[in-house]
Design a protein around this ligand. Structure first.
Ligand code: MF3
Ligand code: CO
Length: 261
């Protein structure tokens, strides 16, 4: 296992890749409405990525047929967009997407509420998001990778939710998936040491019910085995000498309209 340390120049390109992806998400979030099909979301997202002069990295990845993974309710991740799958008030939808800018990948995911959702469902979304932030408190040079995993697990545990174990986060750079794998549940070993220049996609997936998942007939869509709803939250981050940098964050930051190179 080799974790690639990125050079300053590479970090600049990854940062720009992530900035453009965050802009896509910001616009997608505003566009997603009840009555929309999951295919419409995919088409919109694909267009936004290409407007930035970038390439959607999920499209054709191991044969995946779309640019945006759109997963509704009990679908955990890797939902395949469909014309006939219409979003309704009260649903939750997880969007997962990435792009390539000058050879460098970015990757992020968010779960959005469609109209008004129940308090319990909103809590699932909030806890999933917060678990990411608890995790990256440990994403500092000198700590070990699994300190992140352990923090995510420890934060979610009291809520009794199921933390998905079959899918994990990952390193990212000139490939969408690089070493290391980043589990979202407690680990026995400490894992590799974190060093400045590592770029990581950290992505807790959390189920309202049990942790078990299964794959649908399409061989892509991951659903909860018990039918409970699931949330996803992912950012690409950079390990530095100090605080980790969240490269795909847009909630707090002012992402300017892209130059469209
Ligand atoms: N976003 C996924 C990940 O974080 C990758 C999706 S691969 C695809 O690892 F083929 F489904 F697009
Ligand atoms: Co990912």
């Amino acid at each position: 296992m080799a974790i690639i340390i990125k050079t300053a120049q590479e970090i600049g390109l990854i940062r720009e890749s992530c900035r453009r992806l965050a802009d896509v998400f910001q616009n997608l979030e505003q566009a997603v409405k009840p009555g929309m099909s999951t295919m419409e979301i995919n088409i919109l997202g694909d267009q936004m990525i290409r407007k930035h002069g970038c390439i959607p990295n999920f499209l054709h990845y191991n044969g995946y047929p779309a640019s945006i993974c759109v997963s509704v309710n009990e679908e955990v991740v890797h939902g395949i967009p469909r014309k006939k799958r219409i979003l309704q008030e009260g649903d939750i939808v997880s969007l997962d997407a990435g792009l390539i800018y000058k050879g460098y990948h970015s990757d992020m995911a968010r779960t959005f509420a469609i109209g008004k959702i129940s308090k319990a469902t909103q809590q699932l979304i909030d806890v999933t998001r917060q678990s990411f932030f608890e995790g990256i408190k440990k994403a500092r040079a000198g700590n070990h990778l699994h300190d992140i995993s352990n923090n995510i697990d420890a934060y979610i545990k009291p809520y009794g939710y199921g933390i998905v174990r079959d899918l994990v986060g990952h390193g990212i750079g000139t490939k969408l998936h690089e070493d290391p794998q980043i589990p979202n549940f407690a680990q026995m070993r400490r894992g590799p040491k974190l060093r400045p220049g590592m770029t990581l996609a950290i992505e807790p997936m959390v189920n309202m019910g049990r942790a078990d998942v299964e794959w649908l007939e399409d061989d892509w869509t991951v659903v909860t085995e018990d039918g409970s709803w699931s949330a996803h939250y992912e950012n690409t981050i950079l390990v530095t000498d100090g605080e980790p940098e969240i490269l795909t964050l847009y909630e707090a930051g002012a992402i300017q309209a892209a130059s469209g190179e």
